[in-house]
Design a protein around this ligand. Structure first.
Ligand SMILES: Cc1cc2nc3c(=O)[nH]c(=O)nc-3n(C[C@H](O)[C@H](O)[C@H](O)COP(=O)(O)OP(=O)(O)OC[C@H]3O[C@@H](n4cnc5c(N)ncnc54)[C@H](O)[C@@H]3O)c2cc1C
Length: 456
């Protein structure tokens, strides 16, 4: 029996899509990988059993599977493969909350925002907050170990994952970890799957740790005529406190957002910092006042403090808008490099130099307190020469970051776009270790081939 017939036989009606126009919605993530293929079928699973059935059929026929959450990824991790199966988890969205143990059990297709909303009904909070939280799935967050804005204080996705059900390459479903705050029995395999980008197995259920709801934050916004002064302020703030947000936008991203929102952002500023403190009681105000002092000591031209939640949220919306706002100016090639915090200034100024040398526009936003930047290379899709120069700049930005002791990706993942840079970044021994683990769990390379590991 051919693969499509086997899938149609094994799965509920309407789970298997083969119409090319309908499959288009599942072929790309937000990186718009030009090499995405036309799959054999898209399967919209509704249960762990469905996923097991798909994996067994694919394993038997040695057909590749691309697990897919909400397709908001920025590294081509869920680009479809020609002749493969896109295994979408978008229908698996159940969430239950246990307020006693402060845990959520969620199916992978539930949006991050839906998990947050379900937790909030019990006065609880799921902190990791990628800017895409309203349209990315919790399964995708775990598969990429997503970060976000409050992660500077509260940690990233992995810090909240206690357990999961994973379907392995032979179709078995295993339960790793569980509703236990401490558990050191065996190797920490739950963590192995966090950030595995769909290359080791399909996550079909997760157990997440929740914490009490966040206290109302005080927001500080500072603008700087010089880039280096802004990055120095970040360093000084991080040295003496843990703000609950420490975000950076450069002039190009400020202007792109101002074009969209018209909220009166300073178009002449070279950089803007958006910071928050959610310390209890008067401590938030004290911390905010200190941030204000540090920014002024580092030559900020304007600094604004507010404890009005709506005003604060308006600035955070501006920061979250940055990628879509810059995207309106042309096609984007997105970077995600990170460095140790003391090197943040060298990175941001080095990126400015690369942009000037290659004659390309690079807007920079950053989860600055984590040293994690998102240089956004802006492209005119009709200008081939510019695209070549941008490709060179893309590699140079990664070389710059690794030369400063940093990483090629802080939170978006390697996917397909960054796969050629992984081996040079990790070195032969660590790359070999990666390959051995991948081969042990997925010997026929059916899970997301071409992502992360370009060769095996
Ligand atoms: C405007 C914008 C802002 C963003 N801001 C942030 C940010 O602040 N922080 C951040 O970290 N990211 C950010 N992202 C990137 C993206 O939203 C995250 O990488 C997110 O975690 C992807 O989730 P998804 O459900 O869309 O996954 P997808 O894009 O569908 O998939 C991502 C990867 O995970 C794998 N995968 C998905 N689901 C599963 C599963 N159930 N089992 C196994 N593998 C799976 C896929 O194969 C793929 O490799 C942003 C994206 C956009 C468009």
């Amino acid at each position: 029996m051919d693969v499509v017939s086997a899938l149609t036989d094994a799965l509920p009606p309407s789970a298997v899509i083969t119409d090319p126009d309908s499959m288009d919605a599942y072929r790309w993530d937000r990186a718009n990988d030009p090499d995405a293929g036309v799959p054999l079928a898209v399967v919209r699973a509704t249960s762990t059993a469905d996923v097991q059935a798909v994996v067994r059929i694919a394993a038997e026929a040695k057909v590749p599977i691309v697990p897919r959450g909400a397709g908001s990824g920025l590294s081509g991790g869920s680009s479809a493969i020609a002749g493969g199966i896109v295994l979408s988890l978008d229908r698996m969205r159940e969430i239950s909350i246990d307020p006693i143990t402060r845990m959520a059990v969620a199916q992978p297709g539930a949006f991050n925002a839906e998990v947050k909303a379900a937790a909030a009904e019990h006065g609880l909070w799921y902190p990791p907050d990628p800017s895409s939280f309203e349209f990315c799935s919790i399964g995708g967050n775990i598969a990429t170990n997503a970060g976000g804005l409050c992660c500077v204080k509260y940690g990233v996705t992995t810090d909240y994952v206690l357990g999961m059900t994973v379907v392995l390459a032979d179709g078995r479903a295993v339960e790793l970890g569980g509703p236990r705050l401490k558990d050191v029995a065996g190797l920490p395999l739950t963590k192995l799957f966090v950030g595995s980008e769909g290359t080791l197995g399909v996550i079909t259920e997760v157990t997440l740790r929740l914490i009490p709801a966040q206290l109302p934050p005080t927001t500080v916004v500072a603008v700087f005529p010089k880039l280096a002064d802004a990055t120095n302020a970040v360093l000084e703030a991080a040295r003496e406190m843990r703000p609950s947000m420490l975000e950076f936008m450069d002039k190009t991203s400020i202007n792109a957002v101002e074009d969209e929102l018209k909220m009166g952002l300073d178009r002449d500023a070279e950089a803007m910092l958006i910071m928050q403190s959610d310390e209890p009681g008067e401590h938030a105000g004290t911390q905010a006042a200190r941030l204000d002092e540090l920014c002024k000591a580092n030559n900020s031209s304007e600094c604004y403090v507010t404890n009005d939640p709506e005003e604060g949220e308006a600035f955070i919306t501006a920061r979250r808008m940055a990628i879509p706002a810059v995207e309106k100016k042309g096609a984007l090639l997105l970077e995600d490099v990170g460095v140790p915090l003391p090197k943040l200034g060298d990175l941001v100024i080095g990126i400015e130099q690369i942009a000037a040398d290659r004659g390309v526009t690079i807007a920079v936003i950053a989860h600055a307190g984590d040293g994690n930047t998102h240089p956004l290379l802006l492209l005119d899709p009709t200008d081939e020469d510019q695209q070549k120069r941008a490709q060179i700049a893309y590699g140079e930005v990664m070389d710059l970051a690794t030369g400063l002791g940093g990483t090629i990706t802080g939170e978006h993942g390697v996917g397909r776009l960054k796969a050629p840079w992984l081996a040079p970044h990790l070195g032969p021994d660590v790359m070999d270790l990666n390959h051995r683990i991948k081969k042990a769990l997925d010997p026929d390379n059916i899970f997301n081939p071409g992502a992360v590991y370009p060769t095996l």
